[in-house]
Design a protein around this ligand. Sequence first.
Ligand code: MIC
Ligand code: SF4
Length: 658
Amino acid sequence: MNRTLTQKILQKHLVEGELKPGNPIGIRIDQTLTQDATGTTAFLLFEMMNAGRVKADVSVSYVDHNTAQFGPENHNDHLYLQSIAAKSGAWHSRPGNGICHQVHLERFAKPGETLLGSDSHTPTCGGIGMLAIGAGGLDVAVAMGGGPFYLTCPKVVGVELTGKLNEWVSSKDVILKLLSILTTKGNVDCIVEYFGPGVKTLSVPQRATMTNMGAELGVTTSVFSSDELTHIFLDAQDRGKDFIPLCADLGAEYDRVIPINLSEIEPMAACPSSPDQIQPVKDIAGLKVGQVLIGSCTNSSFTDLMLVAEVLRGKQIDAMVEFGVAPGSRQVLEMLARNGALADMIAAGARILESACGPCIGQGFSPGDGVVSLRTFNRNFAGRTGTKGDMCYLVSPETAVASAIMGEITDPRNLRQLMGIKYPKIKMPREFLIDDSMLIPPLSGAEAGEVQVLRGPTIAVPESPQPLPGELHGQTLLKCGDKITTDHIMPAGTFLKYRSNVPQYSKYVFNSFNEEGKPTVAQRALAIKALGRYGIVVAGESYGQGSSREHAALCPMYLGIRAVLAKSIERIHKANLINFAIVPIEFADPADYDKISTGDDLVIPELLTAIQGRDAVQIQNKTTGTAITGKLILSQRDRNILLNAGLLNYTKIKASRR
Ligand code: MIC
Ligand code: SF4
């Protein structure tokens, strides 16, 4: 059989199950990554598992999200992470060293290996030919302890690239084009594999932009082959020894093929407020912009920022535009500083931010009311900038810099005519600047014994779920619509600093649904809990889009929410719900969604019996007297986890039986 690249990597790592789309499978994980916003919980859970030292080949704990340090919380987390990494045998990437995905691509990613990361953009490393998957922190903690990662064997969607990108068009425009085709929903349990003659025209950072933003499609991951350009990139990172050539067999069979001719791609934009609201830039050109931000794990590589700097050299950004640049890593920042490109950007009016997630996760640079913000980032969910009613557009660095100069959305292909600016051809450096001094290597077992783990007073050990009841008496805490993201469920921005304190963070569950002067969703959930009943969330399609944050399950669980009834649920979030013993139920008939309102009393009479072995579960709406059938789309392992009060408890029970 002619195999896809995905099948080859999966086969090599398969430890359980059969490689047939839809089957539950378990794979060995070679590398893991965590970041501070999810990593504190992941490491606290890792400690609770008593798994000893890290057993994955490479585990890196990054600090990149929570670096603003208003109050002691962030620094307490950093100190905990540095000490627990030392204790447990993980690498530690210090704050300032860069965004996890960019640094991992530069310094650790290896073609043909598997990576599991507690961040949804972990697929970035698919740009180097790695099978890189985002997951909840608890799943990553299990993989750090040497356990397999369980997933549904994916279908493989082949994206056949032909042609070559034109000047001023970038790989960001290609992934935006793909988002316009596949949208952000309906792609669960698929992997996107890029193939075809167009692949060799894209550098590793360009590929990584596409695999990064593949997360917005809701696919398990995206992957490119590993070829001569991969070799050149690894050589330039002084990691040539990590190279292996890898590609699909000729005539490999994909479940679906989407052809994309790179020569036909034009500058694209994702309009407010979803990454799949795509329009060609030329159709929205002329719209006044008040803020332009370059950075995030999608578009902050050395080549991206060199292009921006070259365009800006000798120019000024528009007087009404606030212009920020956050380089993806310390390597990128230092190289720009040494070659003068940073000075060009500063001279043009750029405000330089540290190498971190920053504004991408609402840590500063919230736009003013009514201000159009153009960003090279990957997500523009409503309110993610920190401003209610924000108008955030996602574009390529080319479009961003052109618009910053012109003060309005500008098709970068017009820059020559408008400003006499020629397209700068940016070369990949033959050697990147290698300085790993902000990466602390793992300690030996003996040295680690001496380390004291620093757990500051703002860090709270998360609570474990209680066993599920045989018959669930609940109330609809909230009925929400389609495409509810994890940002809606557990907001980031100014609340991000409470990530390592579940009781505190849970106060902001579904914060965007709270109304002035009325009890918050969290207060209502606690009131239901006080009556000895359970909260139930009812939702439309694609519930739990976006991030991997397990707090979107952990905090609701803490407030007594034990079931989600939705038209469909996204992969990572569904796994997180199961891990924290919240039952994910899908409507057998989506029209039944209309039979429930917020506040309705719902009873699930045979919940445990159904979890034990049925695919359907009956739900009685006591308020309206109607009955609803729900689907339980669960593997045997999912059922075991739910029946044993969550993954942590299940892992402990399994370990005690060994
Ligand atoms: C995001 O981009 O939404 C985040 C913040 O990186 C999240 C992780 C988190 O919530 O900590 C993600 O993508 O998984
Ligand atoms: Fe950080 Fe933004 Fe990337 Fe998430 S998407 S990892 S917040 S830069």
